[in-house]
Design a protein around this ligand. Structure first.
Ligand code: SF4
Length: 703
């Protein structure tokens, strides 16, 4: 009767949630995770946040999909539904793997052969391993026959990556998060680390205690602002005005690092000319920050021995997201605040493997390692490696794929581990598009809102049920190890992808996951030196790591940038307003994002007992003055409406949002806020404007 909670097994792995990449140990008994402990990994040194520590029991949730499902004849695909997992067998019938795979792959093959390879598309997942991402994009490119493959990086940092590739030749971070402890000045802009990268936030707080000056810039007041040396609560949508004003100060006051500009960059003259018009005095009324504060912060950043910039979705999710990131890059370049410890540019990556999934080629314009599909040499290299002819035309991105379904150009899709019915902007449209497909195959662990619209559902494995590598926001490739077995007939994702490949006519025979990793490292120079043995031994290796024995490089761009001539490029930006501004009909602004306790579309964390108990209901964070104006008390229901849809949810008084702006997390299926968001795209990164659209709100409604 005693010792009920003594584990019979301990397995070292990593956290399945955010890009910080905390290492942890699963404590197992009878194929069940009892509890989780932090391990001494490079990114966390034993620390874990509430998600990493308590967010594991979703794997044992009774809603897990345990058998393949096939949609029943004649059941309509409606985009408007209330998910009731108890009634799943009214919509789907159970099938054997053989029957489900034959239908799933067979119909995709038929569409490819009778219509066109470009009538198919696939979404992989930043929650899957590098090996899964690699095989998935390889399946789309070699089996479907086009580059129509993308994933949720398109919704988070696509604009940052576009600006980084253009400006400094690499889309990944220049320095690890931990470098905040080596910086004199740290700017955190458009990010809420205590919520979205909680353990990273603890390192920031440690740095502050040791003397680092933190500057927080954000239209909403994040918790970290309490610890900041200065907090700049600029008006939503005015990033470029603020950042150009800072650069104006640095240029006009002679605070630039001329040696760095001369020896390591191009295009400074044009940039300097462009910021001439952006004096702090002119920009102050636009961005809402007084000129003296802008001057003070610009001087502080430029003149410190080591200044670092970290940013999040507040920068990237705008129609001018690429411009926002261009300004941050220009700031770092003109002051030479890059290429040394404690400096640099760090786009905080969201998902635990969004860096790795992008590196592995889960993007429509790039093969693995950011080799462009329209570059003939890269094409030849992969044609040789994979033994097939490849389509040189870049594929469509996430939102473009939904639009192509409307036009009848895409007829079949394979979606692995993503939930666009919840995560895409204008979700009513996304749901209608998914429902309009001739054939939709979804591979997931739960009946997600997307899976509900599928023709075939393939039950997959949860994070602790498989082994693979995951790349964190610091470019650290880490080993996640299988701790428990998948339930029922659920299968490992790598096996399912291969079975799908075989049904598409490919002959794939990967055995162990290490065989996939080995193929990857032979096509990707950046990880060429990382062997599976070394990962088994060390658990984590930073790339670039080009040769075996190479220790890996945590700080990059020390001597040169991976661009033509080794030089970085300044790209000027001007103010472009949000696509949909408030007006008389829709006078308020909607900002979407995440909550500490829930992850993305909620499919995992809302099925986690502790996390769901902490945040059980859909909430909108509304300024107390706006609540007063609406005649609403905290806790009452409000209805929010945009031109695209409406939701009802509970109002929470929160003065961190500015008056006139409402913040809503996108994890609640009952109040799927992306029904309201605007699908307008940044022209370079093709990222939607999740951080700004026009809404109205009123008292009442039904949750
Ligand atoms: Fe997991 Fe991120 Fe929390 Fe670390 S900070 S435990 S990686 S969710």
């Amino acid at each position: 009767g005693v010792a009920l909670n003594i584990p019979d097994k301990q397995v070292d792995s990593v956290c399945p949630y955010c890009g910080v990449g905390c290492q942890l140990t699963y404590n197992i008994k009878d194929n069940k995770i009892l509890y989780v402990e932090g391990r001494d990994g490079p990114a966390n040194h034993g620390r874990l946040c509430v998600k990493g520590r308590f967010g594991f029991d979703y794997a044992n949730h009774p809603h897990r999909l345990t058998r393949p499902l096939i949609r029943r004849e004649g059941v309509p695909k409606t985009g408007d539904f209330a998910i009731d997992p108890e009634r799943v067998l009214e919509v789907f019938r159970e099938a054997t793997w053989e029957e489900a795979l034959a239908l799933a792959g067979g119909k995709l093959k038929q569409i490819r052969d009778t219509l066109s390879p470009r009538a198919l598309a696939g979404f992989g997942s930043a929650k899957g391993s590098n090996e899964e991402a690699y095989l998935f994009q390889k399946l789309v490119r070699t089996g479907f026959g086009s580059n129509n493959v993308d994933h949720c990086t398109r919704l988070c940092h696509a604009s940052s990556v576009a600006a980084l590739l253009e400006g400094i030749g690499s889309g990944a971070v220049s320095n690890p998060v931990m470098d905040v402890t080596k910086a004199e000045v740290v700017i955190v802009i458009g990010a809420n680390p205590t919520v979205n990268h909680p353990v990273a936030a603890t390192w920031m707080k440690n740095a502050i205690r040791a003397g680092t000056k933190l500057i927080v810039c954000d239209p909403r007041r994040p918790e970290l602002a309490r610890h900041a040396h200065r907090f700049l609560q600029f008006k939503p949508d005015t990033d470029v005005a603020l950042l150009n004003a800072m650069m104006h100060v640095i240029v006009t006051e002679g605070l630039v690092n001329q040696d760095f500009i001369d020896s390591r960059t191009i295009g400074f003259e044009e940039l300097a000319k462009n910021v001439e018009d952006y004096s702090p005095e002119r920009m102050a009324p636009i961005c809402g920050i007084d000129a003296e504060t802008i001057r003070y912060v610009a001087r502080l950043y430029a003149t410190s021995k080591a200044s670092m910039i970290l940013w999040g979705m507040g920068v990237s999710q705008h129609v001018h997201g690429t411009d926002n990131a261009r300004c941050l890059i220009a700031l770092a370049l003109m002051t030479g605040q890059v290429g040394r410890p404690g400096t640099g540019l760090h786009p905080l990556r969201g998902q635990n493997n969004v860096q790795g999934a992008s590196d592995a080629g889960l993007i429509p314009m790039m093969y693995p390692d950011y080799q462009r599909v329209d570059n003939p040499q890269a094409q030849a290299r992969f044609e040789q490696a994979w033994g097939v002819k490849l389509d040189p035309r870049p594929g469509l991105t996430v939102v473009e794929i939904m639009d192509a379904i409307d036009r009848g150009e895409i007829r079949g899709m394979y979606i692995m581990g993503e939930n666009p019915a919840m995560s895409d902007p204008d979700a009513n449209h996304a749901r209608a598009a998914l429902a309009a497909l001739d054939h939709l195959v979804v591979q997931d662990i739960f009946l997600t809102e997307t899976a509900y619209l599928a023709d075939v559902i393939l039950p997959a494995s949860a994070f602790p049920e498989k082994t693979g590598t995951f790349t964190n926001t610091d470019r650290l490739v880490q080993l996640g190890r299988q701790a428990i077995d998948p339930p029922g007939e659920a299968k490992q994702d790598l096996w399912i992808i291969q079975q799908m490949a075989c049904r598409m006519g490919l002959d794939w025979r990967y055995g162990h996951v290490s065989e996939v990793f080995d193929e990857m490292r032979h096509t990707m120079n950046s990880i060429g030196g990382i062997t599976w043995d070394r990962l088994e031994r060390e658990g984590a290796v930073t790339y670039p790591c080009q040769h075996e024995g190479d220790p890996g490089q945590a700080v990059v761009f020390t001597e040169t940038f991976p661009r033509e001539g080794g030089r970085a490029r300044f790209v000027p930006a001007d103010i472009i307003p949000a696509n949909e501004r408030p007006d008389a009909d829709y006078p308020m602004v909607l900002i979407t994002g995440r909550q500490l306790e829930h992850w993305h579309t909620g499919s995992m964390t809302r099925r986690t007992a502790v996390l769901d108990a902490l945040e059980p209901d859909p909430v909108a964070l509304v300024h107390p003055l706006d609540l007063q104006k609406m005649g609403v008390k905290p806790g009452e229901v409000i209805t929010i409406e945009s031109r695209r849809g409406q939701v009802a949810l509970y109002a929470r008084a929160d003065d961190s949002s500015p008056v006139g702006a409402i913040f809503v997390p996108f994890c609640y299926y009952e109040a799927a806020i992306n029904r309201l968001t605007n699908p307008a795209l940044d022209p370079y990164g093709k990222i939607p404007e999740f951080k700004y659209c026009a809404i109205r709100a009123r008292r009442g409604g039904e949750v």
